[in-house]
Design a protein around this ligand. Structure first.
Ligand code: TYD
Length: 132
């Protein structure tokens, strides 16, 4: 069975007087990092996502603001996560349908296991539900 989405707590260095550093590296991530990109200035009324990935695995981090992520696996299991701590990441395995909304100030870091490939996307929900 496909692995379930889960929160990863990254090691945090620092204190409230100095501020903090959070660290993601290959030895505390569920996959080898191939690529990093970030999403920002998404208007609050916009829902992004609406797709799954055949191979791509991701860890999403709200480095600023709040991100609400609704997930569905194609066995029907659903989950919802609210990311608002910069030292927390959400691991999304392959074959998970996601819809995402952002607070006005949200900056979402995406740590990705593969390069961008449009062929890896499943953008049709019915196709997703039928794909083994
Ligand atoms: P998409 O992954 O669908 O965005 P989200 O899940 O955040 O709603 O990407 C939006 C558009 O950007 C889509 O047309 C594909 C394109 N895109 C790239 O060209 N390169 C990239 O690295 C990514 C992630 C997306």
């Amino acid at each position: 069975m496909n692995e379930a989405p889960r929160i990863i707590e990254f090691p945090e260095i620092g204190n409230s007087i100095l501020g903090y550093i959070a660290v993601a590296e290959n030895n505390n991530l569920p996959f080898e990092v191939k690529r990093i990109y970030w999403t920002y200035f998404t208007p609050e009324h916009v829902e992004r996502g609406g797709h799954a990935h055949r191979k791509l695995e991701q860890v999403l981090v709200a480095v600023a603001g709040t991100i609400r992520i609704k997930l569905e696996m194609n066995d029907g299991q659903r989950s919802e996560f609210i990311l608002s701590k910069p030292d927390h990441g959400l691991y999304i395995p392959r074959m998970v349908w996601r819809t995402i909304k952002y607070s006005h100030n949200a900056v979402q870091l995406c740590i990705a296991s593969t390069e961008y490939a449009e062929q890896d996307y499943i953008r049709d929900y019915e196709t997703f539900m039928k794909t083994a």
